[in-house]
Design a protein around this ligand. Structure first.
Ligand code: BGC
Length: 443
């Protein structure tokens, strides 16, 4: 049996990621709680409810779990609607509670990374048009200022906005996220205002905290033409990649905002990230179809011969992470994998997915000098999966939603070994993900 150890860089951040609405519970004042109260918006009309019960204090036991399993970082988000329950009201108690939570991480030797916007918006903000309203970037900046003042004693790693492309596509083009619109015109305005909000937040954080490092969690999906010989497939693939992956990310590099059928210069967005936050889950093939209007003329499928997650949501394509990393490297910035993971209650596929993706991360770092500084697995424990409700299980730890019992999956120990040793070792792969062994260590 060949033996090898893939060593990661010194001071590497090894963590997991979560988001407020998905884990806190008792969120009743945001766009998602409202969405959950409408019929048929969420699979089987499920609700986040108590979620993982963090707002009632269970974050303590879950942070213990993260600490005991060798994680040295955690990415979590702040719920705008808790901090600012009404346009003219701030809730200092909520801010104090977030301080306590984040101090809880620091006291456990876990570096906090704070996301300021992760899909959910206050109801009052949505009532005045949400991110379609040109005032929202300024209101966001005010909220960010408040949070940064409250937390800067403990936090210097910030994500302003999680996945602006997913937020825009799902909320304003496909209609599966609130507010359920299908309007390219609205989508363009929303994306532009998210850019403006990010830019304002970036400068505001730096003014409040010189040593801060600020970025975006970009969702990058790797697209490939379904038929490599087909010029139409290539054309539609490039179009999808440009709109979905590049429109937001490239504006931060060159100030040229191009999305759907419009473009404009947003010069102030240039150089407003200190690291490139990358969320990578999967790769898809795109095939041109003149009839697929609702899919923007591109039919998506998973590459053949790939393992697919139980609800057909994610294909295990680790090479896609390598491609996404190489692409992120164009920014010239340090790269943080801010999310990567798979839904798999049986925890069988997850272990293969995890080691194979980390192998690609290591490959990019050691052979291509990709400046990778950390990896956050999605997620620490099962949590509320948006319009898919509780049907998908992304956690290293499982969760029984009714009893709040946590279930230790084998991936907990696999990931713990990796975090503790700062390496992916052949013995560990042999023990936890035998089927991936030959692929990673061909001998
Ligand atoms: C989102 C997470 C979500 C995960 C899995 C990401 O796009 O940032 O909130 O839970 O995907 O669906």
């Amino acid at each position: 049996m060949p033996k090898a150890t893939f060593q990661f860089p010194k001071n590497f951040l090894w963590g997991t990621a979560t988001s407020s609405h998905q884990v806190e519970g008792q969120n009743t004042n945001n766009s998602w709680s409202q969405w959950e109260n409408e019929a048929d918006r969420i699979l089987e009309n499920q609700k986040a409810g108590k979620a993982c019960d963090w707002w009632a204090g269970r974050w303590k036991e879950d942070f213990d779990r993260a600490q005991e399993s060798g994680q040295n970082a955690h990415r979590l988000s702040i719920e705008w609607s808790r901090v600012q329950p009404a346009r003219d009201r701030w809730d200092e108690n909520a801010l104090d509670y977030y301080r306590e939570m984040i101090r809880g991480l620091v006291n456990r030797g876990i570096t906090p990374m704070v996301t300021l916007h992760h899909f959910s918006d206050p109801i009052w903000l949505m009532e005045q048009g949400g991110w379609e309203n040109d005032d929202t970037p300024i209101l966001f900046e005010k909220y960010v200022y408040k949070v940064v003042q409250a937390l800067k004693e403990y936090v210097n790693l910030w994500v302003t906005i999680n996945e602006p492309n997913i937020y825009t596509y799902f909320g304003y083009l496909e209609g599966t996220f609130p507010p359920g619109k299908k309007s390219p015109k609205s989508a363009y305005i929303v994306m532009r205002n998210l850019l403006r909000g990010h830019t304002a937040a970036y400068h505001c954080i730096h003014r409040a905290q010189i040593e801060s490092r600020v970025g975006i969690a970009h969702h990058i999906q790797v697209f490939k033409p379904a038929r490599t010989w087909s010029p139409l497939d290539k054309w539609i693939t490039n179009l999808h990649a440009r709109n979905f992956n590049l429109s937001f990310a490239d504006t931060l590099i060159n100030g040229k905002f191009r999305f759907l059928f419009k473009s404009e210069k947003i010069k102030e967005a240039i150089n407003t990230q200190d690291f490139f936050g990358l969320n990578y889950y999967s790769t898809s093939l795109v095939r041109f179809s003149a009839l697929a209007f609702s899919e923007f003329l591109g039919k998506h499928s998973f590459p053949p011969d790939t393992e697919i997650s139980p609800s057909n949501f994610i294909a295990n394509v680790p090479e896609g992470l390598f491609t996404a990393l190489k692409w992120a490297q164009r920014s010239g910035l340090p790269i943080l994998v801010t999310e990567n993971g798979i839904e798999d209650a049986s925890d069988d596929l997850r272990r293969r997915y995890l080691v194979e993706h980390l192998n690609q991360l290591w490959r990019a770092y050691s052979f291509h000098n990709t400046p990778i500084i950390g990896y956050f697995h999605w997620s620490l424990l099962d949590n509320f999966e948006w319009e898919r409700g509780w049907s998908q299980r992304f956690g290293l730890w499982g969760l029984n939603v009714d009893t709040q019992q946590r279930i230790r999956r084998p991936s907990v120990d696999l990931y713990a070994e990796i975090c503790r040793t700062n390496a992916l070792d052949s013995d560990i792969v042999l023990k936890f993900a035998l089927q991936s062994f030959k692929k990673l260590f061909p001998g």
